[in-house]
Write a protein that binds this ligand. Structure first.
Ligand code: ZN
Length: 355
């Protein structure tokens, strides 16, 4: 397996910056006979795209990563129990050009031997990627609801009604149960791997956009790169370290240049999700928002309750709002009402609010 970063920086999933606490991984199959991951990557790197998965993988072991793993993707829609987009990383497997879809998830197989070979190889790539992600997020692949297919997500009420991945795996004797077992095996039976402390939600009081040159931050572990746009990491540092941010390139995939101030040896460009803000000059501490405050809603989802799994609407406006209620324990802690006629009315995320 070879993970290449190909971040879809134009996709709204990336630009709106919402993050999730990763609780599981959802496997998809693209549903069209296109073996090349780059076709999907290019398609979704678009400001008008209304879909984005975290990665697309192909038979030769290539994985194109389109979103930071803890960004909120749009890969599975929703069901009666909410949306897997709020909890699961979504990964698409490409499909061979030796099949021809007839209707829905039914297809004709034009070259069964080639199809079988292709499917076996994408399966292998998926096992390796999922084992890697399970280690990174300390997930047990055999725990109920952690590793699911899109169609299993639908049965659990957290995804739209699609037949992937079983529609193609079933024809080749592959099952989700086997997949989960193979992932566990690939992890060496070990689900607890220290190092990358990325299991926590980075939204909390921690908007990487406001990190500036000269800030002191906590590097929480992860890959370190020679440049802000490098495809491949020079090293993976499994340490927590107080660092100074010595340069920022927000257009880079690895936007912050960090240097350890505590001798832990971090030196290089790192991803936004590897960084937690400690001190900043920007006057933007959402924790100090109180009921009755006037804040700027900077755009994002609006919810019916502070704990709703799914947004009622997404407002892409900037609006002066009054905070009319607070529930710090909610995922969307502030109830905001527009004071400028821009129509924001409901519970919003911390990251959508600036004081
Ligand atoms: Zn799907």
């Amino acid at each position: 397996m070879n993970i290449k970063q190909n971040i879809a920086t134009k996709n709204p999933c990336y630009t709106c910056g919402r993050t999730i606490t990763v609780k599981g991984l959802m496997i998809h199959s693209v549903g069209c006979p296109q073996p090349r991951a780059s076709v999907f990557a290019n398609n979704w790197n678009n400001a008008n795209a209304n879909v984005c998965v975290h990665a697309v993988l192909q038979a030769d072991g290539t994985v194109l990563q389109l979103l930071p793993w803890n960004r909120r993707g749009w890969h599975c829609g929703s069901g009666s129990n909410g949306s897997g987009n709020n909890t699961h990383i979504g990964v698409e497997m490409t499909e061979p050009d030796t099949i021809q879809y007839t209707s829905g998830s039914s297809f004709k197989d034009l070259n069964p031997a080639a199809t079988k070979d292709f499917v076996a190889k994408t399966y292998r790539t998926a096992v390796e990627l999922f084992a890697y992600l399970c280690k990174q997020y300390s997930l047990d692949p055999e725990k109920d609801g952690v590793i699911i297919s899109h169609s299993e997500g639908h049965k659990r009420g957290i995804a739209s009604n699609h037949g992937d991945v079983e529609h193609i795996w079933n024809k080749h004797g592959l099952t989700m149960a086997q997949f989960r077992r193979d992932i566990k095996k690939a992890m060496g039976g070990n689900t607890q791997v220290g190092g990358t402390a990325q299991t926590t939600d980075t939204t909390a009081g921690n908007a990487p956009k406001s990190v500036s040159k000269g800030d002191t931050v906590t590097f929480t572990g992860g890959p370190v790169y020679k440049s802000s746009t490098a495809a491949q990491a020079t090293v993976n540092k499994g340490v927590t370290s107080k660092c100074e941010v010595t340069a920022v390139n927000l257009k880079g995939t690895h936007p912050y240049h960090c240097i350890s101030q505590d001798g832990k040896g971090v030196y290089g460009w790192v991803n936004a999700e590897s960084v937690k803000e400690v001190s900043t000059t920007a006057g933007n501490a959402p924790k100090s928002v109180s009921k009755g405050d006037t804040v700027t809603f900077t755009g994002g989802p609006v919810y019916k309750s502070s704990t709703a799994a799914q947004e009622a609407t997404t407002k892409s406006v900037s609006s002066r709002c009054e905070v009319t209620a607070i529930n710090e324990k909610g995922t969307h802690p502030y109830h905001c009402i527009s004071q400028d006629g821009k129509g924001v009315y409901g519970w919003v995320d911390k990251t959508s609010v600036k004081k």
